[in-house]
Design a protein around this ligand. Sequence first.
Ligand SMILES: [Zn+2]
Length: 354
Amino acid sequence: MDFPIFKTKIEGVSQRFNLNDPKERQKYFELKTGPEIKKLREYLKTNTFVAYLLGKKNSGKGTYAKMFAEIISPEKVDHFSIGDMIRSVDGELADPEKKKALIKFLEKNYRGRFSLDEIIHDLENRDTKTLRPTELILALAKREIEKKKKRALFIDGFPRDLDQINFSLFFRDLIGYRDDPDIFVLIDVPGSVIDERIKWRRVCPECQTSRNLKLLPTSKVGYDENKKEFYLICDNPNCQGAKMLPKEGDELGIEPIKERLTIDANLMEEAFSLYGISRILLRNSIPVNVAAKYVDEYEITPEYIYEWDDKLNKVKITEKPWVITDDEGALSVSLMAAPVAVSLIKQMADMFCH
Ligand SMILES: [Zn+2]
């Protein structure tokens, strides 16, 4: 699979933006892709689409979909993840009324190899060893799509544990379910980027907000003198300065999910080869030696470095370009989410607005 590098740099424009600031980000999008934003808004007044986001775990699928909605039109663009959808079924089963409605829906819409009784039994016992049959996930996905009529829809992820045949069947069955265009959005992120995103991830124990000590700090950083460790302090005023913590196992990075990432990569290859469906390719990394030709410096993810200043009694923070090795072994930089969203918007406008 070859993901082309997308140019977001505009020659002769030297204006800089802080892409972590929502207001500045808005101005950034206006400058980089204003006409396409307008076209897509116009398109969505009377049209919709269904976009399947395919990328490895932690590739930022949800982030891009949310950013797209935020920029184009939060009322006209919706998003759901297959994983969340499956998890939410547990809650429905715990509520007698909702359970009744779910069973009624499945009686009408589920067609598959296993009896409905068997499936409900497995779901209720959270028997994770038995795979959730593709047909069940299909029925649930269709229900979700139904709920979001009249809106453009991003569907985040695909069912795990699908062999390649079932994977094709899954999409053959879903594609065309709604009477609007279907597209694949494939996201390419180097394993090394995913690895560091996990290793340095920090989560607020109060509000569960997730940030990254190395790549996306909060506005306040603390220092634990005993442990000689820097930590992030949650920005949410309700959390009253809570110290953000790593999740157990995160220090291992991608090691425990390597097998899953390989499956994800294979499924993406499979999707890539499905005929007749338009594709948008999003690329997270750019080789260092050509980066300046394609993007502006502030569009590149920096890495943050901390030092304890004894005299001033505070943490000194410096930024430098974060250089990683991509899956082909090329020294590369990783893009911020915003320029990737620009590439998504431009490609989408090319596809739908003529
Ligand atoms: Zn918090």
